[in-house]
Design a protein around this ligand. Structure first.
Ligand SMILES: C[S@@+](CC[C@H](N)C(=O)[O-])C[C@H]1O[C@@H](n2cnc3c(N)ncnc32)[C@H](O)[C@@H]1O
Length: 208
């Protein structure tokens, strides 16, 4: 990495008025995110890489159209780590690209023990678990029990109604603080890059 490239491995700005329509197209890839998702993940990934922390895998629970999965996979190819994406139905519109990129796309209920999510999380190096399926609170409450120290868990559609800016960044509340509080405490998970991710409608926490 030359010094100029390292200099720009910096913090990307988060915008105050992102799209709130539920769908975003980036490079013509469709996903259910707002524009802050890219800055938030970029800031998280750059932080880990700068600190020489080895990412073992990203696990996306809830693939849907699959645009975000493609971006995660490209990152994982560059970082030489694993990427798995789960959905209960085959809903991607990018099947051909999933094949070209050899995306590990598992069609199974994430709560089915045969999904082997627990085993995947427990493998060595940092697991990044993105809960974005049908019951985000339950996904956090379930999979946070499997995290190792240093692992990261995220939940999309996260809204904290006690904040004045609660619905400023996203219209849809499917995860919220009171529903995941006990699991976070029990598993020693602290907020991580909290503000960046809050503004992308996502909770991000890291197991200490
Ligand atoms: C909000 S979408 C995912 C959005 C995607 N991560 C993105 O950023 O574009 C939720 C997806 O979770 C899937 N889903 C719902 N319940 C599930 C379950 N129990 N296990 C796995 N996937 C599930 C749905 O079929 C749907 O495609």
């Amino acid at each position: 990495m030359n010094s100029l490239a390292n200099k720009y491995r910096g913090h990307l700005p988060i915008i105050e008025n992102p799209n709130k329509d539920g769908t975003l197209t980036l490079f013509n890839l469709q996903m259910s995110q707002n524009q802050n998702t890219f800055a938030a993940y970029s800031n998280l990934f750059n932080h880990l890489i700068k600190n020489n922390e080895k990412i073992g895998r990203i696990i996306e629970i809830g693939t849907a159209r699959g645009g975000l999965s493609i971006l995660f996979k490209l990152f994982c190819i560059v970082q030489k780590c694993d990427f798995i994406t789960y959905d209960i139905i085959h809903d991607t519109i990018y099947s051909d690209i999933f094949k070209i990129l050899s995306i590990d796309y598992r069609i199974i209920d994430c709560f089915n023990p045969n999904s082997r999510i627990e085993e995947e999380i427990k493998k060595e190096d940092i697991s990044i678990v993105f809960c974005d399926a049908g019951n985000k609170n339950l996904e956090v409450n379930t999979f946070s029990n499997d995290l190792k120290s240093g692992d990261i868990i995220l939940a999309h559609d996260f809204i904290d109604e006690s904040r004045e800016d609660a619905y400023k960044y996203w219209p849809c509340k499917e995860a919220y603080p009171s529903a995941i509080k006990l699991a976070l405490e029990k598993n020693n998970i602290q907020p991580f890059f909290y503000e960046d991710f809050y503004k992308s409608a996502t909770f991000c926490g890291r197991k200490i």
